[in-house]
Ligand binder design. Structure first.
Ligand code: DON
Length: 619
């Protein structure tokens, strides 16, 4: 199926948009609440305006109503400025100046945590003024520009200030001024108090739209990366802190009930905006200036509540119990590498292959799925000598999975089990390397890892055997094991010896199949060109003693080569042109038949092995 590009996605018939429109139409007629009047300029707000925007971390924006109308951000500025102060000073300093406990009181309440000599939290005015006072910079202009630039990073566009609202707030913000003076008196706040207050009033007067809020919320949902500009607006550590205070204190004296009913970190402002965030999934921005007595937008709350109920967005809604992350598991006895093995080596690996365990993983890796994997690994620790974990079908790998994988690595070391990871994404490999996984533990693919494990097993017993240096004689070829010296004297003259350099093509795909090869020295690999890429998939690697190209023996007239065979090293082959067999059929039919039967038998073995491998697919 073709991948639908999000940029080209038409929202016209989007079920998501239909749903948001439905919610919009449902609450548009509700006129409960009042616009804020304590800041005179805000009293001019149009109570009919109503906009909703939902933005996803990959930048899809769903919006309805007056989502492009500007209004002042007000208290929604507080979590973002908190993030800036955290980035400026670090958690310890900020925690010593502003707490994280909900007050259960109104946004402008005059209460302090006198035991710790700090405001309760950065979402109420007392905490927000103290937080703004901590924003670094060289004077008012510079400090405000830092705040504005940060907000612009979140919104992904240039923002401006509503000067009229700013002046209105500055001239009537007596209560905030009183809070600041009390803080100054208690030593909770330092520096130029009027400058701090101006900064606070100005940050509240920055103009945004519901769409801006949707994108700002989605930036928080996206670990601090703006989904539109793809720029990091804030570090992930700060995102966690911001969302935590939003969850516990963002809706003032409605915070507890909000978390109970809606279950998302959120923040409201008296300009009529609300942001809500479902980490990893989306950000919501709503705008409707009609406020309830607590200063939260009436329609905004209803929209979020309805969305949360319809889609079960509540963070604590029932979660599916985690399934296993193992999609397939098999041993090296069931599936072997694509390197051909002969005789004793093959028998040995058929027996000892049990010591190699492959786990093909799928889906997201996090604590619960990996915990199940660790139990599975442990149950095999008596037999396992090698464990291959394949990550080609793995989705997200979260931090606890990285930690657990590192514990698994340590466990492997303690049990003397060689652990290898194949097919994991580069970014996961980098994170694992930061956690002590070394380069040699990452292998490109299962086949290469299997071959490495097999070679290790073989080298214990058959090291000599796998590093055959000398050219094998015709009689030493596997195929001729059951042939008598007399039969060999008939056959030998039919073969000619051909040499190849490393990287020479021995067989090319599409060529006529008119001969077979017996590998006397060196190694050669059969590979397929994967369509439209330069990449090749290895089907098998031949070692001395093995025959190849023999399939054509059963299909002489029509056959064409179906893959390339390239010399990996210097190679010597005994080559038999099929034309020469015609004479053999006439002069020594019994030798001819025996030859065909022997090749037939090797094919039967190949098919048996393939059947075993296919069976492991359905386990
Ligand atoms: O401190 C004030 O009064 C305003 N500038 C911000 C208050 C606010 O938005 C409260 N939120 N609901």
């Amino acid at each position: 199926m073709n991948h639908i590009k999000l940029d080209h996605f038409s929202q016209e018939n989007s079920p998501i948009l239909t749903c948001i429109k439905d919610i919009y139409e449902r609450y548009q007629p509700i006129n409960d609440g009042n616009v804020a009047t304590y800041i005179p300029e805000l009293a001019k707000a149009n109570p009919d305006l109503f906009g909703i925007c939902i933005t996803t971390p990959d930048g899809q924006i769903y919006q309805v109503g007056e989502s492009q109308d500007c209004f002042t951000i007000q208290s929604i500025s507080k979590p973002f400025v908190y993030g800036l102060a955290l980035a400026d000073h670090g958690v310890d300093k900020i925690m010593s100046k502003v707490g994280v406990e909900p007050t259960g009181e109104a946004f402008n309440s005059i209460v302090f945590d006198e035991e710790n000599n700090r405001p309760y939290n950065p979402m109420v005015n007392a905490g927000a003024i103290a937080t703004t006072a901590l924003v670094k910079g060289d004077g008012y202009e510079h400090r405000f520009n830092r705040i504005l630039t940060m907000f612009e990073g979140f919104a992904g566009r240039s923002l401006t200030v509503d000067e009229a609202v700013f002046q209105s707030e500055k001239s009537t913000g007596h209560r905030n001024r009183a809070i600041a003076y009390l803080e100054l008196n208690a030593g909770m706040l330092e520096g130029n108090l009027e400058e701090h207050l101006d900064l606070y009033f100005r940050q509240c007067s920055i103009l945004v739209t519901a769409q801006d809020l949707g994108i700002m919320a989605a930036t928080l949902a996206n670990n601090g990366i703006n989904p539109i500009t793809k720029q990091q607006a804030v570090n992930p550590e700060e995102v966690r802190a911001i969302l935590s205070v939003m969850a516990s204190c963002g809706m003032y004296d409605f915070s507890g009930e909000w978390l109970y009913r809606i279950g998302l970190p959120a923040k409201s402002g008296v300009g009529g905006g609300i942001i809500a965030v479902l980490p990893g999934q989306f950000g919501i921005g709503t705008f409707s200036p009609l406020l309830d007595p607590r200063g939260n937008s009436v329609r905004g709350i209803k929209v979020c509540e309805e969305l949360s109920q319809r889609f079960k967005f509540h963070l604590f809604d029932s979660h599916p119990v985690s399934q296993t992350c193992v999609s397939r598991t098999y041993t090296g006895a069931m599936v072997s590498s694509k390197r051909q093995r002969r005789g004793l080596q093959r028998d040995f690996l058929d027996q000892e292959g049990e010591k190699i365990l492959v786990y093909e993983l799928k889906g997201d890796l996090y604590f619960a799925t990996l915990e199940k994997l660790t139990r599975q690994l442990q149950s095999n620790q008596q037999t396992a000598q090698f464990i291959i974990l394949d990550g080609r079908r793995v989705g997200n790998v979260n931090s606890s999975a990285i930690t657990l994988l590192s514990e698994i690595k340590q466990w492997g070391l303690s049990q003397e089990i060689a652990l290898m990871l194949t097919g994991f994404e580069h970014k996961t490999i980098v994170r694992l390397q930061d956690n002590g996984w070394t380069d040699e533990m990452f292998v490109d693919n299962i086949d290469t890892a299997l071959e490495w494990c097999e070679n290790c097993l073989l080298s214990e017993q058959y090291y000599q055997d796998i590093t055959v240096k000398d050219k094998l004689s015709l009689e030493e070829m596997d195929i001729f094991k059951a042939f008598t010296p007399e039969e060999m004297t008939v056959l030998a003259p039919l073969f000619s010896e051909v040499s190849y350099q490393a990287n020479d093509f021995i067989i090319r795909e599409g060529e006529k199949s008119d001969r077979l090869f017996l590998l006397a020295k060196g190694m050669a690999t059969v590979s397929l060109r994967l369509s439209q890429t330069e990449q090749r998939k290895r089907l098998t690697t031949y070692i001395p003693g093995i025959a190849f190209g023999e399939l054509a023996l059963f299909d002489i007239n029509v056959s064409q080569r179906t893959a390339d065979i390239v010399a990996d090293t210097e190679v010597i082959c005994y080559v038999l042109e099929f034309d020469k067999l015609k004479t053999l059929l006439k002069t020594k039919p019994e030798v001819y038949i025996k030859l065909l039967q022997t090749f037939g038998k090797t094919l039967v073995n190949t098919i048996k092995r393939a059947t075993l491998e296919i069976r492991s697919l359905s386990v």
